[in-house]
Design a protein around this ligand. Structure first.
Ligand code: FAD
Ligand code: SF4
Length: 471
């Protein structure tokens, strides 16, 4: 096969008959000249295959082959400008996106079995290195419009929204109840996945661009929603999803049984030195820990407990490994670090013994018929009870959205899952049922990914710019 690109198109066509041996030879030839490790050499591995599936699988549709080319040519500042055209937090997505399910999973080299271009690490490299070399976002053409928008929530959605607004001359004022920006980037995702100084750097970059942050300020408590409506031209809500999902079994409220997010936040604040007075550090040092759940939050709890020096960490999940919702990379990391997984196990209760230790009862499951979302339901195997004695159980069953107290009064509608209704496909995208109010991120989608929250924040900002007559 002489035409590599034609070959790759054929290989991608599910209907095409492709000779596996031939495919290996072609990719081996390409790979021999391309396999390398550092950023510019990795960038050079991009085949510019003409079918940028990586761009389509990337939720913000980054211009990946284009910035790879700029990196290859050593044009770092141009690469940084280009990567910010589609993503407000490229260095953060580069660190925390589940690339194996998104851009890198669809890289043509990956399809050929030769390992994807390391797109995420190059994306992170571009902003990290450009910043060090003095690059700053180009704001020289921005003309102030005199309009201002209140943003509730300094998470990825709020930051994505603020980025687009400020670049279009609209003053964003971002309110957050926490002491630092980032939402779950700061108070959820642990330091070993995302260094906190990266978020601090992003904060100073955004402040230099003209974004104003008002932290330690909770809307509905410290500042009323009514005052935002009165004082600003529009309001964006990116308040996330924070209602803990429960297992519905006995013992979930016992001492020693902990919710995932408070555990992670406590650890972050211990490391940042911002633990509130009177709150002790919740350390798992020397403890036997069981984490319940199979998503990224569960993996973060596993790996945090290991780092705190837990005696042992078991992670129990009710489906099998193939059906875990967490990123494969995170599961592999947790395994490597010493977490023991129990697949197909469902908790049925927790009891506390006189000495304070916990007895967690589990039953074995097998996968049955698909549920309404198409996922096979775990079915309990009769007579399969087992008990585990431990010191702590950490519950990581995920999060749901909640309607804020002011929603009803201001006609902001939610769906049956309390997700704020703010559709994309309407005149002003991500506008809620109150014309002056927009929303995006986990609050609209339900608990999801950083990159999707960034995308929705940016899209909502575009809807607002049209609503405000700026565009
Ligand atoms: P959030 O990040 O939750 O931000 C919402 C912000 O709104 C918060 O700062 C909150 O304080 C503020 N707020 C809420 N109400 C008010 C109010 N009334 N007044 C003022 N402020 C308010 N995604 C990935 O892509 N990769 C990962 O590796 C990953 N790991 C994760 C690990 C954990 C432990 C968790 C919990 C989530 C993880 N996620 C991950 C998911 C990701 O963090 C979220 O999808 C993303 O942060 C959602 O962004 P958001 O802006 O919608 O909400
Ligand atoms: Fe890949 Fe995420 Fe970057 Fe998109 S934003 S290119 S999915 S790492």
């Amino acid at each position: 096969m002489s035409d590599v690109f034609q070959f790759m198109n054929v290989a991608r066509d599910p209907g095409a008959k492709v000779d596996a041996a031939e495919r290996k030879i072609v990719f081996k030839e390409i790979y021999a000249s391309l396999a390398t490790s550092d950023a510019s050499e990795q960038a050079a591995r991009c085949l510019h295959c003409g079918n940028p599936y990586c761009e389509w699988e990337c939720p913000v549709h980054n211009f990946i082959p284009n910035w790879l080319k700029l990196v290859k040519e050593g044009k770092l500042f141009e690469a940084a400008e280009m990567s910010h055209k589609t993503n407000s937090l490229p260095e953060i997505c580069g660190r925390v996106c589940p690339q194996d399910r998104l851009c890198e999973g669809s890289c043509t080299l990956n399809q050929g079995g030769f390992g994807a271009v390391t797109i995420g690490s190059i994306e992170k490299y571009i902003t990290d290195e450009a910043w060090k070399a003095g690059w700053r976002p180009d704001m020289s053409n921005v003309i102030a419009t005199g309009k201002k928008v209140a943003i509730i929530g300094a998470g990825p959605a709020g930051l994505g929204c603020a980025d687009i607004l400020v670049r279009n001359g609209v003053q964003p004022v971002v309110f957050d109840r926490y002491e630092e920006i980032g939402g779950l980037l700061t108070f959820g995702i642990p330091e070993f996945k995302l260094e906190k100084d990266v978020i601090a750097r992003r904060r100073s970059m955004m402040e230099e661009m003209g974004v104003e942050f008002r932290l330690n300020t909770e809307i509905g408590k410290d500042v009323s929603f009514e005052s935002l409506l009165a004082d600003y031209d529009a309001v964006f809500m990116g308040m996330g999803a924070y209602k803990y999902m429960k297992g519905g079994f006995a013992g979930e409220e016992l001492p020693g049984v902990i919710e995932a997010l408070p555990f992670l936040i406590n650890n972050v604040r211990q490391n940042m030195g911002t633990l509130p007075a009177g709150e002790a550090h919740q350390s798992m040092q020397g403890k036997r820990v069981v984490v319940l759940g199979g998503g990224d939050t569960a993996m973060d709890c596993n790996r945090t407990a290991i780092r705190q020096g837990a005696k042992n960490v078991i992670c129990a999940y009710r489906r099998d490994e193939a059906n875990m919702p967490g990123s494969k990379r995170e599961v592999a990391n947790a395994k490597e670090e010493g977490v023991n997984f129990l697949w197909n196990r469902q908790p049925t209760g927790i009891a506390r013994q006189l000495d304070g230790t916990l007895v967690l009862t589990l039953v074995t499951t097998q996968l049955g018929e698909p549920d309404e979302k198409g996922r096979r339901k775990p079915v309990i195997v009769a007579g399969s009870e087992e008990a585990i004695i431990c010191d702590h159980v950490i519950i990581a069953f995920g999060f749901q959205t909640e309607a804020a107290p002011w929603f009803e009064k201001h006609s902001i509608a939610v769906d049956e899952w309390n997700r704020t209704l703010a559709p994309q496909g309407q005149k002003f995208q991500y506008q809620t049922s109150n014309a002056k109010v927009f929303a995006g991120g986990d609050q609209v989608r339900g608990a999801d990914l950083v990159v999707r929250a960034v995308f929705e924040g940016r899209q909502a900002a575009q809807g607002m710019l049209e609503f405000l007559g700026v565009w």
